[in-house]
Ligand binder design. Structure first.
Ligand SMILES: [Zn+2]
Length: 246
């Protein structure tokens, strides 16, 4: 690998995010005492550490290095060897910093997962609350175990919970979208109203809650289509499920 090629990689290397193969190529090269690379890795680690707010811009590894240099006072003959050791120590410090940056990245990733789980928990809580209301109506759909079947819970204020089983599997870049199909002559217009996106789990089950109250008198049915992952403003496929709720 040339230095021009490595110039693109120091940041990822410092973050510990570089492919193992490329990282070990740099490791081997740095072990040959290349000042250019050590300097660039140093800068990359400081830049990423600063970005993540882990250290202030005082470049502690440079200070560590100066202190070590002062205390070691190598004989001139051994100078190059000692320099390498000091560099190795400096690199070790950088690796520790990089691990800190990596932990921060990992923490952010875990926080995202946690947020996702909490959002799901809150949705289920809302679903249970709607289902438990005395005035909530239950509409069953689908008969056998091999076709999509389940229940729609319709609350008098127009919030819905849909629980479906044996839902069709969809590609990772697709989503289900729920639609409210207006009754004939309804004031909200003739077009289906988008009512949220949801995906089935591995066993084909899904729970979807629609929480923006609508006038239930104006809704004839709910329908589900398969849409691109960001959802659509109007259905782009035929609904595989239409459940009359009137
Ligand atoms: Zn180099």
């Amino acid at each position: 690998m040339t230095h021009a090629e490595m110039d693109e990689l120091y940041d990822l290397y410092a973050l510990g995010a570089l492919e193992t193969d490329l990282a070990s190529q740099i490791d081997e090269h740095v072990a040959d005492d290349c000042g250019y690379c050590i300097d660039h890795i140093h800068k990359a680690v400081n830049a990423t550490a600063m970005l993540s707010g882990l250290v202030d811009p005082a470049e502690p590894p440079a200070e560590v290095r100066r202190r070590l240099m002062a205390s070691v006072r190598p004989a001139p003959k051994q100078s190059r060897r000692w320099n390498f050791l000091v560099d190795a120590l400096a690199v070790a410090c950088l690796v520790l910093l990089a691990v800190g940056v990596w932990s921060n990245v990992e923490l952010t990733r875990r926080q995202h997962i946690l947020q996702h789980v909490l959002a799901e928990r809150n949705q289920l809580r809302t679903a249970l609350e709607i289902m438990a209301r005395a005035q909530t109506r239950t509409v069953q759909f689908g008969q056998s175990n091999n076709v999509a079947h389940g229940r729609v819970f319709v609350s008098p204020n127009g919030t819905f919970v849909m629980i479906g089983s044996d839902l069709p599997a969809i590609a990772s870049d697709r989503t289900f979208e729920l639609w409210l199909i207006p009754a004939k002559g309804a004031a909200i217009g003739a077009a289906p109203v988008p009512a949220g996106l949801f995906r089935p789990n591995e066993s084909g089950t899904a729970v979807h809650v629609y929480q923006e109250p609508v006038n239930i008198q104006q809704i004839a049915a709910v329908a589900v289509t398969v849409e691109p992952s960001q959802g659509s403003l109007a259905p782009t496929t035929q609904p595989f499920l239409v459940v009359p709720i009137a």
